[in-house]
Design a binder for this molecule. Structure first.
Ligand SMILES: Cc1cc2nc3c(=O)[nH]c(=O)nc-3n(C[C@H](O)[C@H](O)[C@H](O)COP(=O)(O)O)c2cc1C
Length: 195
């Protein structure tokens, strides 16, 4: 029975984007449940490298300003600044109920490969995606905005070896989940059953 439920949640999960959020606030208790499930992700040597900053309410304005100003600093240097992009970065977080910055905190004591810490955080994000699906919420992992800007670490007060891995957007939605697109798994698997 449980496996049927899990199969259904995994396969019906879809990324639901800002345009499909209805502006209703998600209860903080539900956000805590999503975060608690993130905390149960597998991780090598129990470094638990995931860290989250949750923006909601006026915090979404704070995040918008932060990423717009971070963009401006960079784009002014490159000569690529556009007012439209600045405006979009400043205002888009407010279309969500909550935006969660996804951070990989690099372990300084335990020596494991960085890819393992990044993988553990990605597992945590999948737990968040699946929990959001189970609660009927819209959610997606976005890696736009200031995700890959070198200035992001300072802006979010991260250590130099930490990494901003993007943002998890959440909102209530009235839209039904769309059909997913995946090629057959059989084309991606090789079984070895003989010597
Ligand atoms: C690491 C990662 C980064 C992503 N970044 C973005 C992004 O920046 N913008 C976006 O629209 N979707 C982003 N997505 C969501 C994908 O677009 C989405 O997962 C894909 O289209 C498959 O759709 P589904 O999640 O509904 O199955 C990202 C997903 C992952 C796993």
């Amino acid at each position: 029975m449980n496996s049927l439920i899990l199969n259904e949640i995994i396969q019906s999960r879809r990324s639901v984007f800002l345009k499909d959020y209805n502006g209703t606030q998600i209860e903080d208790e539900v956000i805590w449940q999503i975060l608690k499930n993130a905390n149960w992700a597998p991780n090598h040597k129990l470094t638990e490298p995931w860290r989250f900053k949750v923006y909601t309410g006026k915090g979404l304005i704070t995040l918008g300003k932060l990423q717009a100003e971070t963009y401006k600093t960079r784009a002014d240097q490159d000569g690529t600044f556009t007012e439209a992009k600045y405006h979009n970065l400043a205002t888009s977080p407010q279309k969500a109920s909550h935006v969660i910055a996804i951070i990989m905190k690099r372990s300084l004591e335990v020596k494991i490969q960085e890819i393992e810490e990044i993988s553990a955080v990605a597992c945590a994000v999948q737990n968040m995606y699946l929990t959001a699906t189970a609660y009927g919420l819209g959610a997606y992992w976005g890696t736009g905005g200031m995700t890959y800007m070198p200035e992001a670490n300072a802006a979010l007060q991260l250590g130099v070896q930490d990494r901003l891995m993007g943002f998890f957007y959440l909102g209530k939605t009235d839209e039904p989940l769309k059909a997913g697109k995946r090629g057959p798994i059989e084309q991606k698997v090789e079984w070895i059953k003989s010597q």
